[in-house]
Structures are given as C-alpha cells and as structure tokens.
Design a protein around this ligand. Structure first.
Ligand code: 6PG
Length: 253
C-alpha cells in the first residue's frame, strides 16, 4: 500500500493531526479488541503531540485501555534527560489516567544487550498468533537528518528477524547505546504515523520518499507495513524538496 503524505503549515497543525490519529485509532482499537497498543518515539518532534494529548485531547481517550510501548530507547536510566520514556512520562503519561501496568518501557539502564532481550520477552507477552510480538495499533516514528528512524541507523544490518536489536549509534550528541524494535515489528503494525519537520530534513525526506530504494543508506525506507496504513505527517519546510507532481495532500489547520 502506498504511503499517504499529508503536509501541514507548521508543527502545531501537524501535532494536532497526530493527536487526532491517536484518538481515532484508540477508539477503533478499543471497540474492536478492547485495548489500544501504541508505540511512541523519542526526540523533539513528538513533544507537542504529547502536550496536546495530555491537555486538549486528554478527555477523548479511554486511557485505562491504552498500552504504551516505545519504538526505541537510549540506554540511560529513566530519569536521565536522554530517556525517551522519561520524556513521555513527564510531558504526557503522568498527566493522564493510564494504569502504571500499561506502561511498557524499554529498560535502558540494563544496557543494550540485556535491555533488548528483556524487551523481546515483554513483546512476546502481547504476541498475536504466528508472530512473536504484538501487532501495534499505532506506531509513531520520527526521522533523522541522515534518514534513520527509531534506532535503525544507516549501515545497520538489514536481514534481522529478531523483534529487537541492541545498537551502538553515532548521531549528533545523543547517547550512543540504544535498543530498537526492528522492521519486522514496525511493518506488522496496523498504522504507522511517520513525522518529519523542518527544512534540515527536506533533502533526506525527498530521497526517502521519491529516490531510489537504498535502505542501507536510508533506513526509513525499510518501513512498509504491508497490511497496515502508513501516513507521513510533514510540515511545509520538510516537504519543500519533494518533486513536483509527487502525490501529497495539503492539510488545513
Ligand atoms: C529518538 C528516535 C529517533 C528520532 C529521530 C528524529 O531519537 O529517540 O529514536 O529515531 O525519532 O532522530 O529526532 P527529532 O525528532 O529530535 O528530530
């Protein structure tokens, strides 16, 4: 299935649309399966989304049925400013009535190998038949300027059948040791919301969406949920280098 590409005026409009997806997917998933399994991303892009979910959209979600996971994590303790779990907890989770038992963090403090193994086991507990992991109802992903997503960095192994992977990354000033879910897990999701903002990502976004398939160089190209929906939510700056005629939708708001 081709990805949908939605273009927004700014981060605020994009984040509102991302929050709206959360609300809709949560309602549909709870109606169909009595729970909503969502994987969050780290980094700066989802901050406004988290704020909106904890405030304007808070009452629109049945938080008791929400199970939160992470697509990747930095190997730091939960209170470290680099922890993606810590960020989501401070901005979102501590402000909504989600049961503690429904928060499934990657234990970065264990170190990459141990934390990866531990999270594989945890995912197994939510596995659906034929898979060793859950089929997420919604996965949020971001993209780095180098085309990485979650902690799948350029040059990382392509042929991975395990659901999680320890990673040593070299990207900007962020902690190097990480754990990531792998494409087999992302690609079995029911919906993926890929978010990218800012002019600095424009060239890479054009390569990822309209360039040659080169997943070793642009790991974001490895994300393709065959039976699921993939929606790119991007702002005008990030979209500025997409080729003319490329199919996209400009969104109001
Ligand atoms: C993380 C994510 C990573 C992130 C991109 C984009 O850093 O936790 O795993 O994949 O989504 O690096 O980060 P920004 O949103 O900060 O640009």
């Amino acid at each position: 299935m081709k990805p949908e590409i939605r273009i927004f005026k700014d981060v605020e409009a994009l984040s509102r649309a991302a929050a709206d997806l959360f609300v809709r997917q949560a309602a549909e998933s709870v109606a169909a399966r009595d729970r909503f399994l969502v994987a969050l991303n780290g980094g700066s892009t989802p901050i406004r989304l988290f704020q909106l979910l904890s405030a304007d959209f808070r009452a629109d979600v049945d938080w008791r049925r929400v199970h939160v996971f992470w697509g990747d994590e930095r190997c730091v303790p939960p209170d470290d400013p680099g922890s993606s779990y810590g960020q989501a907890r401070e901005i979102l989770l501590r402000h909504v009535p989600i049961p503690d038992l429904n928060i499934h963090r990657i234990q970065g403090e264990l170190g990459p190998a141990e934390a990866s193994k531990d999270y594989s086991l945890l995912l197994k507990g939510f596995a659906v038949p034929l898979l060793e992991w859950p089929r997420f109802d919604l996965v949020y992903l971001g993209m780095g300027e180098d085309g990485h997503t979650a902690s799948l960095f350029p040059g990382s192994p392509l042929d991975v059948s395990e659901p999680t992977m320890p990673v040593t990354a070299h990207y900007q000033d962020r902690p190097a040791n990480r754990v990531t879910l792998t494409p087999v897990v992302f690609n079995s999701a029911r919906m993926i919301a890929f978010m990218a903002t800012g002019e600095k990502k424009a060239k890479t976004l054009a390569e990822v969406l309209s360039g040659r398939y080169n997943p070793e160089r642009y790991p974001a190209q490895r994300i393709d949920p065959g039976k699921g929906r993939m929606i790119w939510l991007v702002d005008e700056d990030a979209a500025s280098r997409l080729p003319h005629g490329f199919i996209r939708t400009f969104c109001e708001g």
